[in-house]
Design a protein around this ligand. Structure first.
Ligand code: UGA
Length: 434
């Protein structure tokens, strides 16, 4: 099938690359000429493991193309996926101006039936608004459908998630739209046997918000339990293991730490609270999820403050700037909370991240960036771990100790075994482990 994907960010590019890898002909559209130029030269505008190979392969086999022209994109395919940004807007609600703009432009260029599929995370009832927009800007009486097909990809494992989905959710209000989407996903359904859930558009939109908010709630829950563990002399990792083996709870997303970040959870939980408020439901449970996430960072900041007493002129080594391993994304990353706080308090910072350094340095160009975790630790009075990159796990603790001015580690990701690292002579403070 011919498919157009508008937006070449994390969602759009991975989606387009995977569709082409399943045998479809895909045209990716982006109004940022810089991105399209890079992609045509097979340079990735984002870091995602394995993406470059999939893009190169499908471009060279003639199934994947790039353009700046939405007109070309509209003419190319019957099905158009909208995967543009929906950044936080007024009071945390999603800013839908990019989605609206694509709807308008597609309407102005349509010459026959089109199916517009929302792939970006959007508030419930965006499908209705999109329908109204397309009808308004259509020049003649051309038939069209709108559908919702939320993505459940995680940055860092996005290709794996796309090729082995737990489920595919589509929200449609016509048989034709349902059939087109089923045909697109047929290769992966055949290969993996995953469930294909067809529902109405509002239900599909809500499935996405409810899923992300539930996962964020799981993280805030375990972070709240970690606070109790610290007070009660318990170990959060033992508790999480004990809980997670109950099949009704499951072991995933029970890692206590510095709180959730990234471009999805903070924004989507905010947006879901707004949706509730707008529809007349006060989603207090989610407001508490947000509060716990915020206080978790503040609590770790207090631990730093307590260890250093005076932060001014102390050298603090920070390992991990990305919001999680496997990505260069720093949006809503915990590092964006800790680094400015420590700078303001007068610390000398030494920063390390294996892939996110460049993106972080765009925001904080005047900091010291190091090439390895050990180099970062040189002369440090405290080492702060914010992302669980595998490189940190493999540090030689003896070398780390001799590199540091004072062997104090605050581990926001519970990477090390407390007994082992303390036996090496470190002061070791982690999350939820007395
Ligand atoms: C999340 C969802 O997991 C995806 O299903 C969804 O498709 C995506 O948002 C989206 O809406 O686009 P992502 O933001 O890439 O994916 O990252 P996650 O792996 O979910 O991690 C989010 C944050 O939670 C990270 O800061 C991570 O460190 C934190 N986290 C995760 C924890 O603190 N503890 C955990 O146990 C798990």
């Amino acid at each position: 099938m011919n498919i157009t994907v508008v937006g070449t960010g994390y969602v759009g590019l991975v989606t387009g690359a995977c569709f082409s890898d399943w045998g479809h002909n895909v045209l990716c559209v982006d109004n940022d000429p810089r991105k399209i130029e890079m992609l045509k030269k097979l340079q990735m505008p984002i870091y995602e493991d394995g993406l470059e190979d999939v893009v190169s392969r499908n471009v060279s086999e003639g199934r994947l193309h790039f353009t700046e022209s939405i007109k070309e994109g509209t003419e190319f395919a019957e099905v158009i996926f909208i995967a543009v940004g929906t950044p936080p807007g007024y009071r945390g609600a999603a800013n839908l101006s990019y989605v609206e703009q694509v709807g308008r432009q597609v309407a102005e260029n349509m010459d026959g039936y089109r199916l517009l599929v929302e792939k970006s995370t959007v508030p419930v009832n965006t499908g209705e608004q999109l329908k109204r927009t397309v009808s308004k800007y259509l020049r003649s009486d051309i038939p069209f459908d709108v559908a919702s097909n939320p993505e459940f990809l995680k940055e860092g494992t996005a290709l794996e998630d796309a090729n082995q989905p737990d489920r595919i959710v589509v929200g449609v209000d016509s048989e034709r739209a349902g059939k087109l989407l089923r045909d697109i996903y047929e290769p992966v359904i055949k290969k993996t046997g995953c469930a294909f859930l067809q529902m109405n558009i509002a239900s599909a939109e809500l499935t996405k918000h409810a899923s992300n908010s539930f996962l964020a709630m799981k993280i805030s829950f375990i972070n709240a339990v970690s606070r109790v563990c610290e007070l009660a002399g318990a170990d959060i990792q033992e508790v999480a293991r004990g809980m997670g083996l109950d099949a009704r709870i499951g072991p995933k997303f029970l890692n206590a730490g510095v709180g959730y970040g990234g471009s999805c959870f903070p924004k989507d939980v905010d947006a879901f609270v707004q949706i509730g408020d707008h529809l007349g439901y006060n989603f207090e449970l989610l407001k508490e999820v947000q509060r716990i996430n915020k206080t978790q960072r503040e609590h770790i900041m207090q631990k730093i403050q307590h260890e250093l007493w005076v932060i001014q002129d102390k050298t603090v080594a920070v390992l991990g700037l990305a919001f999680k391993p496997g990505t260069d994304d720093v949006r809503e990353s915990p590092s964006l909370y800790f680094v400015p706080q420590l700078m303001e308090a007068g610390a000398n910072l030494r920063l390390w991240d294996p892939v996110a350094e460049e993106k972080f340095a765009e925001l904080y160009p005047d900091q010291t960036y190091c090439k390895t975790p050990l180099e970062t630790a040189k002369g440090a009075d405290l080492l702060l771990i914010l992302t669980d990159w595998p490189e940190i796990r493999s540090i030689d603790l003896d070398e780390l100790k001799s590199a540091m001015n004072c062997p104090v580690v605050i581990d926001g990701r519970n990477i090390f075994n407390p007994k082992e690292i303390r036996d090496k002579g470190f002061t070791y403070i982690s999350v939820g482990r007395a």
